[in-house]
Write a protein that binds this ligand. Structure first.
Ligand code: GLY
Length: 373
């Protein structure tokens, strides 16, 4: 594992390098700071590409038309705007992106810049990774959730058959640029949703970070405090991804809360009150922490601490009971399952997790009923 932190905090931004143990080794710089889109992108001389397109969604483009347009260099460059929301993370959107790239004669030396939340970043990255067997792309995450998780680590894909991210590939961007200025226009609910992944990183790998998160009011952070939390959170994610890019082993830890969370997100998506990804993951983390307690791994006291921090981030703790059968059905098709057995990420303590744990049906049901009431 190699994580090279090149902090330039004095200049108002940080650069981290996510180094991957591949042959030949590759690395992906991650820029974190305010107003750093141009600083982050100028290192990659966008002019040297034959064409540039920005993929974004309607909401992001409405708030940031000038900031995004200023990235482009040529009259033939494009801004591709997709609808906001989880429903856009689908094959039809991919089809439309590929069609635009083809119609506008994008070639292998052209670049796609994905400016948006997890939906834009995951979908755009998959479109780039598959168009002509792969063209370069840059991730420009605009939500707290995508800056801390979705844009980092090279997972790309779309939903299919009612399942989250079931079609996709691993592919690394040229760079990830996390400009915290974008967070200023996020609706409060979207913003809070990002805390779920930050809390998750502390739960699976860093008890010290969990303690620190408990000393601040997560919903009243200054931008510099958010940047520090983002840096720490990215360090944890980079360390895990660097050691297991294609999720054969330890990267599975990053799925804590997601076995229940993904199923819950998809089940709630069919109702009048869909949960955001981070909200579903927050409830999923409580269910999976409860399962850890039922399995005799995690103390009740630590389960309570986990519920408390999720509540203090103003994330939901429970979901309606009527989602139970949909959640069970979704979990049965989880990507991590092997031979129809659900493989759980569980906590032994805060900051210490295990993966590939199998648990009896009765305990799983009890854990689900704990959060679905
Ligand atoms: N979001 C989980 C991962 O990147 O592995």
């Amino acid at each position: 594992m190699a994580l090279d932190v090149n902090s330039a905090a004095g200049n108002g931004y940080s650069i981290k390098r996510l180094k991957l143990n591949q042959k030949p080794p590759s690395d992906v710089p991650i820029y974190i700071g305010r107003g750093i889109v141009h600083r982050g992108l100028q290192d990659f001389s966008l002019q040297s590409y034959t064409r540039r397109a920005i993929l974004t969604d309607k909401n992001v483009f409405r708030h940031w038309p000038e900031k995004l347009s200023a990235i482009l260099c040529d009259k033939d460059d494009l801004i591709i705007v997709i609808p906001p929301g989880e429903n856009a993370k689908c094959l039809e959107t991919l089809h439309n992106i590929w069609a635009v790239l083809l119609n506008y004669k994008f070639d292998r030396k052209s670049i796609l810049i994905n400016a948006g939340g997890g939906i834009v970043c995951d979908t755009g990255a998959f479109a780039a990774a598959t168009y002509m067997r792969g063209i370069p792309f840059i991730q420009l995450p605009t939500t707290l959730l995508s800056q801390t998780d979705a844009a980092i680590g090279g997972k790309t894909g779309v939903n299919f058959g009612g399942l989250k991210n079931i079609i996709g590939v691993f592919a690394q961007p040229v760079a990830v640029v996390c400009d915290t200025e974008f967070l200023s226009t996020l609706p409060a609910r979207e913003y809070r949703s990002g805390f779920a992944e930050i809390i998750k990183h502390s739960l699976i790998a860093d008890a010290g970070m969990f303690r620190k998160l408990n000393t601040v009011d997560l919903n009243k952070l200054k931008e510099t405090e958010i940047q520090k939390i983002l840096i720490k959170s990215c360090e944890i994610k980079c360390k895990i991804v660097s050691s297991d890019f294609t999720e054969k082993g330890s990267r599975k830890l990053l799925n804590f809360g997601h076995t229940v969370g993904h199923a819950l997100e998809m089940a709630s998506g069919k109702t009048a009150n869909p949960l955001l990804h981070g909200e579903a993951v927050a409830i999923g983390m409580i269910a999976e922490a409860k399962l850890s307690t039922l399995a005799g791994l995690l103390s009740r006291d630590e389960l309570t601490k986990i519920e408390k921090i999720i509540a203090s981030a103003q994330l939901p703790l429970r979901a309606p009971r009527r989602l139970l059968s949909g959640v069970m059905a979704g979990m049965e098709q989880d990507k991590k399952n092997e031979r129809k057995k659900i493989k759980w990420v569980l906590l032994k303590s805060i900051g210490n997790a295990i993966f590939d744990s199998e648990q009896p049906k009765q305990l799983i049901k009890e854990a689900l009923e704990y959060v679905l009431r």
